[in-house]
Write a protein that binds this ligand. Sequence first.
Ligand SMILES: [Ca+2]
Ligand SMILES: [Ca+2]
Length: 203
Amino acid sequence: MFYRLLGRTSSPADVDPPDDLLLHWKLHRWFACLDTDRDGRLTSEDYDLAAARLARAFNHRPGQREHRRLLARYRKLWALHDPGARGELDRDAFTEQLLAAGRDRARPFRTSLNRLCCALVDIADTDGDDQVSEREYRVLLSAAFGLTSERDLTAAYRMLDRDGSGTLEHNEIHAAVLEYFTSNSPDAPGNWLLGPPPAALLA
Ligand SMILES: [Ca+2]
Ligand SMILES: [Ca+2]
């Protein structure tokens, strides 16, 4: 069952199931959302395309400051989980490198995630109230990750709004992204960043 949750059809006989299945599932989901041509490889170009989709969704022209800022921050994150500068990673290599970045390069990794978050919140906060409304969040998630499921988006938004204020403040977005990449706790609200994890992983 565990390997099915991770999208594998069978488990290698000589490999035990990882004890951080939830974290693996989250990394696989990030990979699947960013691998927009579904060729099973994530490339630095896929991150560039995410920045371009976001700029377009929030009405910024290519090359404008907002686009350049996102591009730089996506590229910085890419560099941190592709230390060999291969330019592309299959899913297993991506997962392995992300886990290594969180473990061995924790401080720069967190800094990079926080800086990407700042750029995401800034571009999404179109009404300038310093918060991300549900409408702004939906545009953000749809553009950055191709998420369109009403059910998933609503569930994620409710879960990320930890103080129940009805909007997402900066700290709630930052906490969610950090937890998404680093927490194996089933109780972490950030697990829901890209929609509900499978119930079996939250038991
Ligand atoms: Ca706002
Ligand atoms: Ca809130």
